[in-house]
Design a protein around this ligand. Structure first.
Ligand code: GLY
Length: 347
């Protein structure tokens, strides 16, 4: 289940080396409208470019059919290789297309967004949205190689950068206080690419260590859902109000609420809770809710993919690095935590 994960800001040469190591027949590159230019600049000799429309609403069966059709029309065989260049949308659907074409061809991920680098491109989750449900169809299929760099991040919109940074905070909370305090003290307005690459490496290492122990999410990997039970509810609620928010922003606000719950249930330290809440309030602003929204949010949490028996299911922490998975929460507990979330975010 493990991928060869390379951290380097010399992407073209490391990619060429990874391709040469695999000795494929034909090489295909998958990109979306936004990343096709980056894909061309990588200069992979004699590769055929497959382009799909960007955005999560195109992570669908039509795009998947297009990728399979292009592979078939281009004469792809089991010895062909697919290089996925883009954010999580491209690596998710590209990985699934590769894993299912002729029962599986190898693929390499080159994530171009921070969210893709620290989360989507690593860990083997692939898939696409189906009948309005996110990631409804998918498979665990690790990339042969993932090449992670920070060189694409300088041109990333700040909201997208922050979206990925929230997943880094999550990984740091699952790791320990030193990693967390390094992130909370980082200068997000201007960063040195090499230092950022080191922060990304530390973050991805947390995920790799968890995934290597539980690749198919039967136990420990559920720790990576920290922030996501409440976060997904915020994200869906925002969508239902016609005001979508970036995934990582929803995770950031979800983390604050779930750290409150962690304190209530397991005595998670209030000093760290306040540090994280202040950082998120300052950088992400608040997600505005009132107590009239609680019923809708609780409904969404009850219908979360992680909930097996109609209860609210969460990962919480007793300390940084000490997760408790499959914690069942009552609606009253979550409502109390949402009250405190609103106080902490000054709503
Ligand atoms: N995004 C969390 C995981 O890969 O398990």
């Amino acid at each position: 289940m493990n991928s060869n994960v390379i951290f380097s800001n010399d992407v073209p040469s490391r990619l060429l080396q990874a391709i040469n190591d695999l000795k494929p027949g034909r090489v295909f590159i998958l990109a979306d409208n936004n990343t096709a230019a980056i894909a061309r600049q990588l200069g992979i000799p004699s590769a055929s470019l497959i382009t799909i429309s960007d955005g999560d609403d195109h992570k669908n069966l039509d795009s998947l059919t297009h990728i399979w059709s292009e592979l078939q029309a281009g004469g792809a065989t089991r010895h062909s290789l697919l290089v996925c260049v883009g954010g999580g949308m491209v690596t998710d659907i590209g990985g699934f297309a590769a894993d299912t074409f002729k029962r599986g061809i190898p693929f390499i991920n080159v994530p171009t967004s921070l969210l893709g680098a620290v989360d989507a491109a690593v860990g083997g989750k692939t898939g696409f949205n189906f009948h309005n449900l996110k990631n409804e169809i998918g498979a665990f299929a690790p990339a042969h190689t993932v090449i992670i760099s920070s060189c694409f991040l300088t041109s990333l919109p700040h909201t997208e950068f922050l979206s990925g940074f929230a997943e880094m905070i999550k990984h740091a909370l699952l790791s320990g206080e030193p990693q967390l305090s390094e992130l909370l003290n980082a200068n997000l307005a201007s960063f040195d690419p090499e230092h950022m690459l080191q922060l990304i490496r530390a973050s991805v290492t947390v995920k790799q260590q968890i995934v290597s122990q539980d690749p198919t999410e039967t136990g420990l990997r559920k720790a990576l859902n920290l922030g996501h039970t409440v976060g997904h509810a915020f994200e869906s609620f925002a969508l239902s109000r016609g005001k979508p928010v970036p995934h990582g922003y929803a995770v950031a606000w979800g983390l604050v609420t779930e750290l409150v719950l962690s304190h209530m249930r397991f005595g998670f330290p209030t000093t760290i809770l306040h540090q994280v809440a202040d950082f998120i309030s300052h950088n992400y602003g608040p997600f505005l809710i009132t107590c009239d929204d609680y019923d809708s949010l609780l409904q969404l949490m009850t219908h979360d993919k992680k909930s097996l028996y109609g209860e609210i299911n969460c990962t919480l922490l007793s300390q940084c690095g000490q997760p408790h998975t499959d914690v069942t929460l009552s609606p009253d507990e979550v409502s109390a935590a949402l009250d405190i979330y609103r106080d902490l975010l000054h709503i």
